[in-house]
Design a protein around this ligand. Structure first.
Ligand code: ZN
Ligand code: ZN
Ligand code: ZN
Ligand code: ZN
Length: 308
């Protein structure tokens, strides 16, 4: 997918700063039968947790062992994946491996409950050994990827960190306020190139929003899209709404939507057309008609949906 370049842009903001909206995350506490020390622990001594972890680590591949857990005649343990690879020889003592299960360790493994690895970022959830990895892939406290358009940036972090990163490292314009009026100018709208993704960040309702303006090819036709992403998770994003409009010469296109979470990549939002889409001919019409320059004035507003 190719993009159409945007050379220049200008924004005006109303500067209205909305008050605090306290949003607290619900934290879940679970009871558990065998709790192991969390990453927050400052205890340098070998805790019982650490030694149980070591017992459950396969000596060959270093992964956590799940039942069936095997052992040799001398009691050296091995995970079931490694067992298939070692030609019936214990990797530790070279004796014949046989087919002996280590039932005691299997029982420890299934009784184990572990804190989410993002506990230091605020997740209080405790999981059975088996479902911990599954949770961590979806954990609400997992760091966010940098929302800068494109996939070149691999920076991850929490929202305040990413706001600073966008400002300092990507030189993204930061605006305060819930309304905006932005002029996108491109001198040669026929040119299709890769430097076409514009990002601005808006700070209102004590939250951060990313306004994207991108050009792409829909089939053979260049198309422009503007959309808003929320710097936070999808549940929080649904508490807001936004409106974008673009027009000139008595015509106007209006889009109203819900911001998408930055958990969804800009590419995913663009591919789902979840935003204000401006066809090339309409964009040129709005630009004033000489077809030499693209000049789109996008006005918008973000609001907080009434909670019932
Ligand atoms: Zn192994
Ligand atoms: Zn052995
Ligand atoms: Zn978690
Ligand atoms: Zn970045």
């Amino acid at each position: 997918m190719e993009d159409v370049g945007v050379d220049e842009c200008l924004t005006t903001c109303d500067g209205i700063y909305e008050g605090d909206s306290n949003h607290s995350r619900r934290r879940h506490h679970h009871h558990h039968h065998l709790f192991l020390a969390s990453a927050k622990s400052h205890n340098k001594a070998l805790s019982p947790a650490t030694s149980v972890h070591e017992l459950l680590q396969c000596p060959v591949c270093k992964n956590s062992m799940f039942p069936p857990i095997h052992q040799c005649l001398n009691g050296h343990t091995l995970c079931s994946i490694c067992k298939l690879r070692v030609n019936n020889r214990c990797p530790t003592c070279r004796e014949e491996l046989g087919d002996i299960r280590c039932l005691a360790l299997e029982k420890v493994a299934v009784s184990l409950e572990l804190p989410c690895k993002y506990c230091s970022l605020g997740c209080m959830e405790i999981f059975p050994y088996y479902s911990k990895l599954k949770h961590e892939a979806q954990c609400n406290f997992r760091p966010y990827n940098c929302p800068y358009p494109g996939s070149e940036c691999s920076v991850v972090g929490d929202i305040p960190f990413l706001v600073g990163h966008l400002r300092e490292d990507h030189k993204v314009d930061m605006h305060i306020g819930s309304t905006f009026n932005h002029l996108y100018v491109k001198s040669n709208p026929r040119e299709v190139d890769n430097a076409a993704r514009m990002l601005m960040v808006f700070n209102c309702y004590s939250q951060y929003f990313c306004l994207h303006f991108e050009a792409f090819l829909l089939g053979m036709a260049p198309v422009y899209i503007a959309f808003l992403r929320f710097m936070g998770d999808a549940v929080e994003a649904r508490k807001f709404g936004y409106r974008l409009e673009v027009g000139a010469n008595g015509r106007k296109l209006i889009w109203e939507g819900t911001p998408r979470s930055i958990r969804d990549s800009d590419q995913k939002v663009r591919d789902s057309h979840d935003g204000l889409i401006i066809q090339r001919n309409m964009a040129l019409f709005f630009s004033g008609g000489d077809r030499k320059q693209l000049k789109l004035r996008v006005a918008g507003r973000i609001w907080k949906e009434n909670s019932t």
